[in-house]
Design a protein around this ligand. Structure first.
Ligand SMILES: O=C(O)CCC(=O)C(=O)O
Length: 277
C-alpha cells in the first residue's frame, strides 16, 4: 500500500504523486459519467464554480462511489487514521484550449479547518500533463504554515477572487504531477500548488476530494455537513450527510442544496472560503 519511505516522502514533501488506484474500466466509466453530469455547468449566479461541480457525490452515483473508493480510503487511512470524513469535493474541469488556471495557493486558506490535517485526494479522469495544466507543487512548503493570500481577480482563474499567495514565490524546484486516468495523488492542506491553462484539444478532468479525520473541526459558527466515508464519528463536529443512492433525485438535490448553502453561509464569516472549492 504505502511503504514507510513513501509515508516519509509525504511528510517531507507535503504531497504524493499519482499512483493507479482505479481500474481502467472504473476510470473510463467515471469519466463518461462525469462528462454526462458535470460537462455542462449548472447555473450558480455570482459563484465561480457551477453547483454540479461542487460536492457531486451528493447528486450522482458515480461520484458517491468515487469518494468511497476502498483503495483511496485504504491509502488515506495510513495518512490520517481510520475515521474519515469527506468534507468537500470539486470537479476541476478544464475544457480544451481553456485559459482556466489556479494560482499558487494553500487549500487550508479556503476551508476554515483546525487542525491542519486535511488531505486532498486528486483523481485524474483524463490524462493531466503540463500542456493540459496539471497541478504543480513546491516540495516542503507545507512546513511554512498558513501564508497570507491576496485577491488578484482575473476571470480566467478558477478561484473566486483569484486568491493567491501574497509573497513572491520562488518557483525553482516546482514538481509537475503528470498523471494518467485512474491515478490518484495526495496533498497536504498547506502544500503550495497551482495549475496552468489547458493548451490542448482534449479536456483535462480531475476530482479534488477533501478528506479530514473526524477529529478535525470547522472553526466558523455555521454548522457544516460532511459524509462519513469510513470508520466512526466519535466527535460530531459535522452533521452527517445521508447516502441517498439515487441519481439526481429531489431528495438528493435537497441534501446537496442544504450542504452547499451552509458552505456559502460559512464563507460569509470566513471570506476566503467563499466560492472556491
Ligand atoms: O485541478 C486543478 O487544476 C487544481 C486543483 C487544486 O488546486 C486542488 O485540488 O487543491
Amino acid at each position: 500500500m504505502l511503504t514507510p519511505e513513501e509515508i516519509a516522502t509525504y511528510k517531507e514533501h507535503g504531497f504524493l504523486p499519482g499512483r493507479q488506484m482505479l481500474s481502467d474500466e472504473e476510470a473510463t466509466d467515471m469519466r463518461e459519467a462525469c462528462i454526462r453530469t458535470c460537462g455542462v455547468e449548472w447555473e450558480n449566479p455570482g459563484r465561480r464554480q457551477a453547483t454540479n461541480r461542487l460536492k457531486p457525490y451528493l447528486l450522482f452515483d458515480w461520484a458517491a462511489d468515487l469518494v468511497r473508493h476502498p483503495v483511496i480510503l485504504d491509502h488515506l487511512e495510513i495518512l490520517m487514521g481510520p475515521d474519515i470524513l469527506v468534507f468537500h469535493t470539486t470537479v476541476w474541469f478544464k475544457e480544451p484550449q481553456s485559459l482556466k488556471a489556479v494560482p499558487w495557493h494553500q487549500d487550508a486558506t479556503y476551508f476554515g479547518l483546525s487542525p491542519f490535517e486535511h488531505v486532498t485526494a486528486w483523481v485524474a479522469l483524463t490524462p493531466s500533463t503540463e500542456e493540459m495544466g496539471c497541478m504543480q507543487f513546491l516540495p516542503g512548503t507545507h512546513g511554512e504554515g498558513q501564508l497570507l493570500h491576496a485577491d488578484k481577480p482575473n476571470p480566467d482563474l478558477m478561484l473566486s477572487r483569484g486568491q493567491t499567495i501574497a509573497k513572491d514565490i520562488d518557483e525553482t524546484g516546482a514538481v509537475s504531477l503528470i498523471m494518467q486516468p485512474g491515478e490518484v495523488s495526495f496533498h497536504h492542506t498547506l502544500a503550495i500548488h497551482r495549475s496552468r491553462p489547458n493548451t490542448t484539444d482534449e479536456p483535462r478532468i480531475g476530482i479534488g476530494i477533501s478528506y479530514i479525520p473526524t477529529r478535525v473541526r470547522h472553526v466558523g459558527e455555521t454548522r457544516l455537513s460532511a459524509t462519513l466515508a469510513r470508520g466512526t464519528d466519535r466527535y460530531g463536529h459535522f452533521d452527517l450527510e445521508p447516502a441517498l443512492g439515487e441519481e439526481k433525485s429531489d431528495a438528493a438535490a435537497a441534501v446537496h442544496a442544504d450542504s452547499i448553502g451552509r458552505f456559502h453561509k460559512a464563507s460569509e464569516a470566513i471570506p476566503e472560503m467563499g466560492l472556491v472549492h
